[in-house]
Write a protein that binds this ligand. Structure first.
Ligand code: RP5
Length: 162
C-alpha cells in the first residue's frame, strides 16, 4: 500500500465536515486502503469540484465518498461528472439534524446515481466499508482483510450487557 496511489477519494464540503468524515478515513486506514481526503465545496469552490470529479477516474481512483451537510449537492454534482461510484454521506446539520442533508443526497432523479448512507458517523463508516466491498470484488487480499475486520467485529459483541 505504501507506494500505491489513492484508490478512494474522500471529499467533503467544508472542514467542519471532517469530524464526521474522518470516520471514513479511519475505517479505510484500518483496512489498509490507500485514500485521499480533500475539502471540495460544490458552491464555494465549484471549479475545484469540476477539476476533482473530471480527473478522478484518470488519476486511478475507483470510488468517491462525498460528505456534505445542509443543501448537500456535492455528492450529486460529483456523480454528474464522473462514472466512478459515488457514495454520499449526509452530515448532521445544526438546523435540521441532517434530514436536509439526507434528503438532498438521497433524492437523485433517475440517471445519475448516488449511493446514500446513513446520517453522520454511521454513514461515514459504512461508506468506507461499502467502498471496500466494491474494491474487494476484484482484490482477494482486500477481501480477506474485510472478512477479518467483520469477524473481529462479531467477536467483539459481548453476550451480556454488563
Ligand atoms: C456544506 O455546508 C458543508 O458540507 C457543511 O456540512 C455545511 C456547513 O459548512 P460550514 O459553514 O461549516 O463551512 O457545504
Amino acid at each position: 500500500m505504501a507506494d500505491a496511489g489513492p484508490l478512494i477519494g474522500i471529499i467533503m464540503g467544508s472542514r467542519s465536515d471532517w469530524e464526521t468524515m474522518r470516520h471514513a478515513a479511519e475505517t479505510l486506514d484500518a483496512l489498509g486502503i490507500a485514500h485521499e481526503c480533500k475539502v471540495v465545496s460544490a458552491h464555494r469552490t465549484p471549479e475545484r469540484l469540476y477539476e476533482y470529479a473530471k480527473s478522478a477516474a484518470g488519476r486511478g481512483l475507483r470510488v468517491v465518498i462525498a460528505g456534505a451537510g445542509g443543501a448537500a449537492h456535492l455528492p450529486g454534482m460529483a456523480a454528474s461528472m464522473t462514472r466512478l461510484p459515488v457514495l454520499g454521506v449526509p452530515v448532521e446539520s445544526k438546523a435540521l439534524s441532517g434530514m436536509d442533508s439526507l434528503l438532498s443526497i438521497v433524492q437523485m432523479p433517475a440517471g445519475i446515481p448516488v449511493g446514500t448512507l446513513a446520517i453522520g458517523r454511521a454513514g461515514a463508516v459504512n461508506a468506507a466499508l461499502l467502498a471496500a466491498a466494491i474494491l474487494a470484488t476484484t482484490d482477494e487480499a482486500l477481501a480477506a482483510r474485510l472478512d477479518a475486520w467483520r469477524a473481529r467485529q462479531t467477536a467483539d459483541v459481548a453476550e451480556t450487557p454488563e
